[in-house]
Write a protein that binds this ligand. Structure first.
Ligand SMILES: [Zn+2]
Ligand SMILES: [Zn+2]
Length: 302
């Protein structure tokens, strides 16, 4: 079953209930300063896309991810409220349309787009995949002009931004951005805080790679680290540890059932994650969907 499709139906239902309500919901971007000159921007009032990062200062403006196309106007307003200077660089954490949806607008304005080489290849060969499951071909101006295979570093605005690839996690083109001087890490969708993650197996993601990515980042954190997840609220080291613990426990719960000879259908019926992890369920990834992902991961690990 197409998980994106399910999400889209739920979004549509939410949207229609909103439009039927007397008061129209107001979509907006809320900014949180996480360090001097560094911000996390999160959508409120509905689905706007993944959390953004924004670095501003004497040397220029660097944006991390650029959300859904429908949110372009209010996203630009939120950025302009922080800086009137033009955006110099855009870093895409991964290929999904809720993180790359405004690349064309950015590229057309002369913003230099930076991303892992696999992300550019995905855009060239498959296009952009949106949360409703639709694919859109990528125009030339939406493509990254600077790519890397392992790491790349920015030295701007008085802080180093170390960008590094996390292989086969949420997709095969994921990057995290570590602002080493100010102890802030943007993880893109290698971290959904306080909600079940989505793992895009069709784009090269994997369950074990996902856990490995979180452990790699965990090793860079301390109790003061601020973590910007792809989705969910600003996070701490403890939140990330909680996610790793949940994923490892879920893996064990499901693989014990696989080893006991249960089929996927039987395991889904048992819904082994419901008792402990129901609170992490959301419209797109319910306990059943999460079990399906873990089952796939367990039965397709190398
Ligand atoms: Zn996302
Ligand atoms: Zn994603």
């Amino acid at each position: 079953m197409n998980k994106f499709k399910q999400f889209s139906i739920i979004s549509a239902l939410i949207l229609s209930s909103y439009t039927q309500a007397k008061e129209e919901p107001k979509l907006s971007w809320q900014s949180t300063q996480v360090a001097d000159g560094l911000y996390m921007l999160s959508g409120v009032g509905g689905f706007t896309g993944g959390n953004l990062g924004l670095s501003v200062g004497d040397d220029g403006v660097v944006l991390i991810d650029d959300a859904m196309p429908s949110t372009l106007g209010i996203m630009n307003d939120a950025i302009t409220a922080i800086t009137k200077e033009p955006i110099d660089f855009l870093i895409n954490t991964h290929v999904h349309g809720d993180h790359t949806g405004n690349n064309k607008s950015m590229g057309d304005k002369g913003v230099h787009i930076v991303a892992h080489e696999n992300l550019r290849n995905h855009l060239l060969t498959k296009g952009v995949q949106f949360p409703d499951g639709s694919m859109k071909s990528a125009s030339k101006s939406s493509l990254p002009v600077i790519t890397f295979s392992e790491t790349i570093d920015f030295h701007l605005n008085g802080m180093n931004a170390h960008i590094f690839h996390l292989p086969h996690a949420h997709t095969d083109g994921d990057s995290a951005i570590h602002f080493t001087d100010v102890n802030v890490i943007h993880m893109g969708d290698t971290f959904f805080n306080k909600m079940f993650p989505y793992i895009d197996f069709t784009s090269g993601g994997s369950l074990d790679g996902y856990v490995e990515a979180q452990k790699t980042v965990l090793a860079l954190t301390d109790d003061a680290t601020k973590i910007i997840p792809g989705h969910g609220p600003l996070a701490t080291k403890q939140d990330l540890q909680g996610s790793i613990d949940m994923l490892e426990d879920a893996r064990k719960l499901v693989s014990d059932l696989v080893n006991a000879g249960k089929s996927e259908v039987e395991i889904l019926k048992l819904n082994p994650l419901k008792e402990k992890y129901e609170s992490l369920s959301w419209g797109f990834i319910t306990t059943e969907k999460m079990t399906k992902q873990v089952y796939y991961g367990v039965t397709h690990s190398e």
